[in-house]
Design a protein around this ligand. Structure first.
Ligand code: PHE
Length: 463
């Protein structure tokens, strides 16, 4: 029996879906605060270099694998190497990473849905900054509420994925992505009218090295580029497997990388001017979008309208990324176990829903929220809660390892002829082939090894 697969309806539909996967909480919530923490301008330049030299070649490699094999990661790697090849570990890693990442991603997405609600009812109006900060702390600590939003978000994600590639993922990407770009534009125009715009612009693009640390900031930039571009866990192998075999992957990768990077930069160009206008500090880590921004909106004309728009933007971005994460796990069961899409989606979605509950409880006092102490100080940083542990594991280990594996698989294991022909199919940019292979062979492995060494604390020894 043929597996219950599907195919994209059009190239544009695919581009919107892949961009939807890439553009997510990573761009709008994470990129601005990491940029803030690392001092702005120089970090942005390093990030751009990571996207171009590491992210882009890996994205081409993932789409190439998926499109060639027409299978999700486990089967794709098998069909391009040998049955029971150890490279198949890469495919397994994808399925596990999909479960783990979506389980905590959904909790943050839940926060943003909660904030859509809070801002619509005008909860930030006439509140002091401390009171607004306390609202986030209260949400974070409220396990029941977090579980509720997490369930709701997972149900939405499951509802889209269960409807299939064309009628679920592609259809919703065609609706949500233009809406997302529209919201982004409205917020950008607003940010440009604020007094803080020049300062924000200067902060993001100006050269100031004060908070930039060559080792840790560079590695942050690299890790962020993996997460933001949805690389290293088979999401784009899976999406690529629904492409027609004659569809080129080179220009599509360039488009998706450019759009993802543009949205990250625009998100920063929206957030920083608004923060500066309100006289706030850009170095606010996780609370940047959920605390500083509501504070800023509460003080600005039009803030009551713009705040819900911003959190709606964040929710849409999260949803189109979450569906790609769920699709990785779902596609495995469809391709390898011959399950129907309905069964595969419900079982994997249900599993992720359950796995996410401890993350939803992580801000509270229970066993998952206690600072878990596992292993050594250098890896565990003296104690993290369940959510932190999963995020740490996936971002610092799984995605870089997965990306490294994909780069090595394509540049060493896949035969020359198949690789060259695959790259040159359906593209006018075939001349980039040589450069692509060199990046995968040398630049990517060195860059990624640096991230991993940083993760085990090699560069922070003695600090
Ligand atoms: N790229 C998404 C974001 O920026 C997250 C993601 C990671 C999605 C890995 C799929 C796979 O938020």
């Amino acid at each position: 029996m043929a597996a219950d697969r599907g195919q994209w309806g059009s190239r544009l539909g695919f581009i919107l879906a892949a961009t939807g996967s890439a553009v997510g909480l990573g761009n709008i919530w994470r990129f601005p605060y990491i940029t803030g923490e690392n001092g702005g301008g120089v970090f942005v330049v390093v990030y751009l270099a990571c996207v171009a030299l590491v992210g882009l070649p890996i994205m081409m490699a993932e789409l190439f694998i998926g499109r060639t094999a027409q299978l999700s990661p486990v089967g794709a790697v098998r069909s391009m190497s040998a049955p029971r090849s150890p490279w198949m570990g890469l495919g397994w890693l994808s399925v596990v990473a999909a479960f783990i990442i979506l389980s905590f991603y959904s909790v943050v997405a839940g926060w943003s849905m909660h904030y859509v609600g809070l801002s619509i009812v005008g909860a930030f109006k006439d509140k002091t900054p401390d009171e607004i900060g306390a609202m986030f702390d209260a949400l974070y600590a409220n396990g029941g509420l977090n579980v509720l939003w997490h369930i709701l978000f997972m149900v939405l994600t499951i509802a889209i994925v269960v409807s299939g590639i064309r009628k679920g993922i592609e259809l919703w990407s065609r609706i949500l992505m233009p809406a997302l770009f529209g919201l982004l534009l409205v917020l950008l125009i607003y940010a440009m009218t604020t007094d803080g715009f020049t300062k924000g612009f200067e902060y993001i693009f100006g050269f100031h090295a004060d908070k930039f640390d060559l080792t840790s900031s560079t590695l942050d930039a690299l890790g962020q580029s993996f997460f933001s571009l949805s690389l290293g866990m088979g999401a784009l192998v899976t999406y690529g497997s629904y492409l027609r075999r004659d569809e080129g992957v080179v220009s599509i990768s360039i488009i998706v990388c450019s759009l993802d990077t543009a949205v990250a930069l625009l998100a920063a160009l929206i957030l920083f001017p608004i923060l500066f206008t309100a006289g706030l500090d850009p170095d606010q880590s996780v609370g940047l979008a959920f605390i500083s921004l509501p504070i800023a909106f509460s003080q600005m004309p039009g803030g009551a309208v713009l705040a819900p728009l911003f959190f709606l933007l964040l929710t849409f971005a999260a949803l189109t990324s979450a569906i790609s994460l769920l699709e990785v796990a779902t596609a495995y069961f469809i391709d390898e176990r011959r399950w129907s899409r309905a069964k595969a989606t419900l079982v994997t979605g249900g599993g992720i829903l359950i796995l996410g509950i401890p993350s939803a409880l992580a801000g509270g006092p229970g066993i998952f929220g206690d600072k878990l102490k596992t292993g050594t100080e250098s890896i565990w940083d003296g104690g993290k809660n369940w959510f932190d542990v999963l995020e740490y594991f996936s971002n610092n280990w799984m995605l870089p390892l997965g990306g490294l594996g994909i780069a090595m698989f394509v540049s060493w294991r896949v035969g020359n002829a198949a690789r060259e022909q695959g790259f040159k199919t359906g593209t006018k940019l075939g001349a980039m082939y040589w450069g692509w292979v060199q990046l995968l062979r040398y630049v990517v492995p060195i860059g990624v090894l640096l991230v991993l060494l940083n993760a085990i604390g090699v560069f922070s020894a003695g600090e």
